[in-house]
Design a protein around this ligand. Sequence first.
Ligand SMILES: CC1=C(CCC(=O)O)c2cc3nc(cc4[nH]c(cc5[nH]c(cc1n2)c(C)c5CCC(=O)O)c(CCC(=O)O)c4C)C(CCC(=O)O)=C3C
Ligand SMILES: [Fe+2]
Length: 351
Amino acid sequence: MDTVGYDALLWLSFGGPEGPDEVMPFLENVTRGRGVPRERLEEVAEHYQHFGGVSPINRLNRDAIAAVEKELAAQGLGLPIYFGNRNWQPMVEDTLARMKADGVRNALVFPTSAYGGYSACRQYDEDIERARSAVGEDAPELTKLRQFFDHPLFIGAFADALRTARAELDDPAGARIVFVAHSVPVSADKAAGPPEEGGHRYSRQIAEAARLVAAEAGVGTYDVVWQSRSGPPQVPWLEPDIVDHIDALHAEGVRSVVVCPVGFVSDHLEVIWDLDNEAAERAQELGMGFARAATPGTDPRFAELVVELIREQVSGAPARKLSDFPVAGCTVNGAPCAIACCEPARRRPVS
Ligand SMILES: CC1=C(CCC(=O)O)c2cc3nc(cc4[nH]c(cc5[nH]c(cc1n2)c(C)c5CCC(=O)O)c(CCC(=O)O)c4C)C(CCC(=O)O)=C3C
Ligand SMILES: [Fe+2]
């Protein structure tokens, strides 16, 4: 099989700073027009400065791309991979201009998010649309690959990581398993998915992925909680927060926790700060055992997953998936999945 009709893969991610002077400009790109208070920005900037102003996300993406290139070659598929981000260099607009200059006409896009919802899906469609209009005439056609939160390779990688993390604890059998994903405004979650589905597609997909990972790892009792809340304090976001939840578990008499960041594909800054630093520290203060499951981005199954998604799209083979959610996220040139799907919240400027 070859990649009939497609001549490249665009790896589309969030982006992150790679030095202290890049932190503030990066954060300004992320939050432009989104009503995030200045104090929150300054607080988050400190998290980045704690790591010398370098987020691991770009390196992790480059490593994952190298693994996918190897897997493509091993499967005899010739498809060059280009790397572009929403918020930091290499910016997707620049990458797409380079693709056009290289003669790319019709590319697939792999977004580094497994889920639906505005921030996890539709905003990547907006990135595609913006990059195409920046490039102008003869911009490559861009077909985004589907949401993969329920793919057996994604679930399998998390299940093994969860088992490994649990085994690090003194009392593995007594630990509470806690799945965690990036919080979003309650209004954004309500608007997630096509309107006729009744909303909440993001939080329902997170709950489904958690259920599937727990089942595969043989876990009976578990919780689903949120992290990295942003925005002004008066706007409600999905709760409880992971750190508050650790307090609550302690009050219940739970002695140790295994945290599984099911909402993310890589150990980027929000994972290594909000979980490995803040959540781990709280657990330690309370005398609780703490272990954190790895994200799947460095697991060999992740490269296989990406190549499988490409093959699905190219050959029209049925999607391999473990949930009953409809296949979604696969659209051309930044079109939304459906009319009014994951509509962005109307944002009021902060006073
Ligand atoms: C659902 C979701 C994902 C998962 C899906 C996906 O992976 O795409 C995700 C991923 C990420 N979020 C990241 C970083 C940030 N997110 C912010 C702000 C926000 N995230 C939101 C949601 C999400 N975010 C939302 C609703 C906001 C509020 C502002 C807005 O409406 O846009 C801010 C601003 C400061 C703050 O207030 O925290 C930062 C710095 C990084 C990179 C980390 C690194 O550098 O390694 C990654 C992968
Ligand atoms: Fe975020």
